[in-house]
Design a protein around this ligand. Structure first.
Ligand code: NDP
Length: 258
C-alpha cells in the first residue's frame, strides 16, 4: 500500500484536456491513485474512450465534453460532476494549443486563439471550479505550465507568453485562495512527445537541440509526470501552493552539457 497522504480515494478529479497526451496520462494516474476521474475535452469520441479507460481502472467517471473557450460548457460540466459525485476536489487544466512561426508573420487571430485556450481557458476553469472549492474550503488545482513559462523557446511567442501568464495566474490565485483551503500549483513538463508537438520534434534540428540540452538525453515519458501530479492533488501537498513543479530531466538546471 502507498503512503496514506498520497491516497486519492474519496476524491473526485476533473482533467480538462484529459483525453489525449499528458492529460490522459495524468487522468489515468490519478485514477490509479484512487480518485474518481472525469477526463474531458471537445471531441466526444475521445471523451467516451477516456472515461471508459478510467472505469477500466475500477474508478467512477462520466463522459461529457467541454470546451474551455465556452464558459457555459464548463459550468454544465461542474453541474454534472456535482450531480454524480457530490463535489469536486481536484482540477487539472491541461487543454492547450501551440503554433510555431516567426513572430513578425504570426496572425493576430492565431495569437488570440492560443491565449483563449491556454490562458483564458485555464482562468475560466479555475473560476468555475475554484468557486465550488472555496465554498467547500478544500481544493487542489493543477495548471500545466511549460519550459516556455520560464525561458524563451524559438518562434513560439504566443505559446510562451500564454504559458508565462499561466505561471503568473497560478501564483496570483494561490495567494488569493490560500485562506480558503484551495492550493493552486503548476506542473511544468520538460519535453514529452505528444500529438501537440510530434511534428516539431520528429527528425528536426529543434528535436535534436532539445535532446542535447536535456542532461538525461531523452524526451520524458508521459508516466513520468504522474507522481508529481498525484502529489500536488493529494493531502501530502497541504502546505504547497503557488509552486511550479518542474519535471524536465534537468533541462532548466543545465548550462553546458558536454
Ligand atoms: P495533446 O494535443 O495531446 O492534448 C491536448 C488535450 O487538450 C486534448 O485532450 C484536447 O482534446 C484538449 N483540448 C484542446 N483544446 C481544448 C479546448 N478548447 N477545450 C477543452 N479541451 C481542449 O497535447 P499535450 O498532451 O502535449 O498537451 C497538454 C498540455 O501540456 C498543454 O497545455 C501543453 O501546452 C502542455 N505541455 C506539453 C508539453 C509537451 O512536451 N507535450 C510540454 C509542456 C507543456 P480536444 O482537441 O478534443 O479538445
Amino acid at each position: 500500500m502507498g503512503h496514506p497522504l498520497l491516497d486519492l480515494k474519496d476524491k473526485t478529479a476533473v482533467v480538462i484536456g484529459g483525453t489525449s497526451g499528458i492529460g490522459l496520462a495524468l487522468a489515468r494516474g490519478l485514477a490509479q491513485a484512487g480518485a474518481n476521474v472525469v477526463p474531458t475535452g471537445r471531441r466526444e469520441e475521445l471523451v467516451r474512450k477516456a472515461a471508459s479507460e478510467i472505469q477500466a481502472v475500477g474508478r467512477r467517471s462520466l463522459a461529457q465534453t467541454c470546451d474551455v473557450t465556452d464558459i457555459a460548457s464548463i459550468e454544465r460540466l461542474r453541474e454534472s460532476l456535482c450531480r454524480e459525485f457530490g463535489s469536486v476536489q481536484v482540477l487539472v487544466n491541461c487543454a492547450g494549443r501551440t503554433k510555431k512561426m516567426p513572430t513578425l508573420d504570426f496572425p493576430e487571430s492565431e495569437w488570440d486563439a492560443i491565449f483563449e485556450t491556454n490562458l483564458k481557458g485555464t482562468l475560466r476553469a479555475c473560476r468555475v471550479f475554484g468557486r465550488h472549492m472555496i465554498e467547500r474550503r478544500y481544493g487542489r488545482i493543477i495548471n500545466i505550465g511549460s519550459l516556455s513559462s520560464l525561458v524563451g523557446l524559438f518562434e513560439v511567442a504566443a505559446y510562451g507568453a500564454s504559458k508565462a501568464a499561466v505561471a503568473s495566474l497560478t501564483k496570483t490565485l494561490a495567494i488569493e485562495w490560500a485562506p480558503h483551503g484551495v492550493c493552486v500549483n503548476a506542473l511544468v513538463p520538460g519535453v514529452l512527445r505528444t500529438d501537440l508537438n510530434a511534428a516539431l520534434l520528429d527528425g528536426t534540428e529543434r528535436g535534436k537541440e532539445f535532446l542535447l540540452r536535456t542532461p538525461m538525453r531523452r524526451f520524458g515519458k508521459l508516466e513520468e509526470l504522474v507522481g508529481a501530479a498525484v502529489f500536488l492533488a493529494s493531502d501530502a501537498a497541504s502546505f504547497v501552493t503557488g509552486h511550479l513543479l518542474v519535471v524536465d530531466g534537468g533541462i532548466l538546471a543545465s548550462g553546458v552539457n558536454q
